[in-house]
Write a protein that binds this ligand. Structure first.
Ligand SMILES: Cc1ncc(C[n+]2csc(CCOP(=O)(O)OP(=O)(O)O)c2C)c(N)n1
Ligand SMILES: [Mg+2]
Length: 562
């Protein structure tokens, strides 16, 4: 904690000091004249705050969100009023649906000009009301420490989420005398011991349990504890949508992911479970296959563990709901006395399904993307951070890579295209030395791939893998299922992606045949520069499970990724 002497400071400086006092280390920003005084405050506190200059506000917020997802602690994004806020809004939606702690500061017009439709004026409470967990505006410099502290508390407790803080222009200059406020220690909600005993009883009478793991803000200790609990009882573990590395995929009880584009065989077997342990995950639309995974009533007994009671029973009515901090739950769960686990065959059969699905099939064309993913699994750093954009391509790594115990995967459950590259840049900037690998389609790459410039500017070196199928493949897939052969608005013409990153000074390669991928990845990783590998896919192989011809012949069978 950094307690300043109570001397008079301008609002912009108080804000920078408030961030330091709250332990915020990274600010991802696109500057604007609406918050010059805050930029000046950050100049004064560059000893403690890393100010990252981004190229696009959506990129800035995705970077901050990726940091929050990775660490459980919020980073700040900072954008200008009006247009800047509009660009930033997609990242607030990601953080909301993903339950990620995040602070978004927005420069605001002078308070005196409110409601004149003045230059770039927006009412942020109304604009971000349904998108953010909380929206506030600071009009009085004396309240900066209080409101920033509350913003951090709101962002990080219960179901974590994004907080938007508008900063009136005038107050940023006002000189006031107010002390900084440091973080407070709030004891986390512990699981009710009676509920834990009830969970143990339900497990004792189960024959085919299945854990669905998700959630955010897992600590190292909590992550270790949940692994210990689930492995000790040999409970099969599926991860929720875009939570691929939430569980160590190399363990014999990891059985795959439940989401859009997941293995239909796993979905079918999940319906045979007689007990679902939904731990941290929301039982959201993607994870529950459009809310159809289980019947609304009369399905398996569900134990739903979530930090927010409002999430429990939202659609599926559980046999037991446990409101608790996830890490506290995990630590308490390992202390439960061991019970019978007569489901060894069930767990083994689900794992066998996972491994069978990872056997590399023969595909059309010269580039077998499945084999590239298996090569990447072998070659990526053991503690690599993978990030994913949204699109069909995301199903290739999800299906073929078992992420290791120290690897992480960050993806947007709201299906936000444009997330992958900025998230990898943000992760690489926050964790220098850690290998960060972005998966992105050719569509998503040209939405926010330009954030690679931020990596060059600040000295980070992520590796971007572009899955180029010359189309908005996901939408084409849905089109072929509903309107076979009537391709409408989904074809793309792309640049030479390798040349694109070379023009920044990075390492770029295009790969058109399978054997070329592994050495290309090794060269990219060894280059020490931001790197890009373009996978020149056969567009006919539209998903890992179907060709376009198969879709046309058999509409309605294949589900791809959002
Ligand atoms: C910001 C945003 N815009 C549009 C969409 C709708 N959408 C979902 S996937 C997709 C196509 C993605 O294309 P690409 O990045 O090339 O990946 P592919 O599906 O071809 O693998 C689109 C347009 C979205 N999810 N997010
Ligand atoms: Mg594409």
């Amino acid at each position: 904690m950094d307690m300043q002497a109570t001397t008079t400071r301008p609002g912009g400086r108080i804000l920078a000091d408030a961030l330091v006092a709250q332990g915020i280390e990274h600010v991802f920003a696109v500057p604007g004249e609406s918050y010059l005084d805050v930029l000046d405050g950050l100049y004064a506190r560059q000893d403690r705050i890393n100010l990252v200059t981004c190229r696009f506000e959506a990129g800035a917020v995705h970077m901050a969100e990726a940091y929050g997802k990775l660490t459980g602690r919020p980073a700040a994004a900072m954008v200008t009023r009006g247009p800047g806020a509009c660009h930033a809004s997609i990242g607030v939606h990601v953080a909301m649906q993903d339950s990620t702690p995040l602070l978004l500061f927005v420069g605001q017009i002078p308070f005196e000009e409110t409601d004149r439709d003045s230059f770039q004026e927006v009412d942020y409470r109304r604009m971000f009301g349904p998108l953010a967990k909380w929206v506030t505006q600071i009009d009085d410099a004396a309240r900066i420490p209080e409101l920033v502290a509350h913003a951090v508390d709101v962002a990080t407790t219960g179901r974590p989420g994004p907080v938007v803080i508008a900063l009136s222009e005038g107050m940023q200059k006002h000189l006031v005398d107010v002390p900084d406020l440091g973080p407070i220690h709030v004891a986390r909600p512990q699981p009710d011991p009676t509920a834990l005993a009830h969970m143990a009883d339900l497990l004792a009478s189960a024959q085919r349990p299945l854990a669905i793991l998700g959630g955010t803000c897992w600590s190292d200790a909590g992550r270790a504890a949940i692994h210990a609990f689930l492995t000790a009882r040999n409970i099969p573990v599926a991860v929720g949508f875009r939570r691929q590395a939430a569980y160590d995929g190399t363990l014999p009880n990891f059985v795959g992911d439940l989401g859009v584009g997941s293995d239909p065989a796993l979905v079918a077997r999940a319906r045979e479970a007689d007990l679902i342990l939904a731990i941290g995950t929301r039982l959201g639309e993607a994870t529950t296959q459009g809310y159809q995974l289980f019947p609304a009533t009369g399905g398996p007994a569900i134990v739903h563990v979530h930090p927010d009671p409002a999430e429990i029973g939202r659609v599926f009515r559980p046999a037991l709901g446990i409101t608790a901090d996830l890490n506290a739950f995990a630590v308490q769960a390992i202390a439960l006395p061991p019970g019978p686990a007569p489901w060894a065959d069930w767990t083994a059969s689900l794992r066998a399904l996972r491994e069978a699905g990872r056997v590399v099939p023969a595909y059309t064309g010269t580039l077998n993307v499945a084999q590239c993913m298996r090569d990447l699994e072998r070659l990526a750093a053991p503690d690599a951070v993978f990030t994913s954009d949204a699109g069909n391509f995301a199903t290739w790594p999800a299906r073929f890579i078992n992420f290791g115990p120290d690897q992480r995967m960050l993806g947007p459950t709201n299906g936000a295209m444009g997330y992958g590259v900025p998230a990898a840049v943000g992760a690489a900037l926050a964790f220098p030395g850690r290998q960060c690998i972005a998966f992105v389609g050719d569509g998503g790459m040209l939405m926010t791939g330009t954030e690679i410039a931020t990596a060059f500017h600040h000295g980070a070196a992520p590796i971007v893998i572009v899955f180029n199928n010359a189309m908005y493949g996901t939408i084409r897939m849905y089109q072929e299922r509903s309107y076979p052969g009537r391709v409408s608005g989904t074809g793309l013409t792309n640049p030479d992606f390798a040349a694109l990153i070379q023009s920044f000074g990075g390492h770029g390669e295009a790969v058109s045949d399978t054997a070329a991928f592994a050495p290309a990845f090794q060269r990219a990783a060894a280059s020490g520069k931001p790197a890009l590998i373009e996978l020149r896919m056969d567009p006919e192989q539209i998903t890992s499970r179907a060709t376009i011809a198969q879709l046309r012949a058999c509409t309605g069978v294949v589900k791809g990724a959002k």
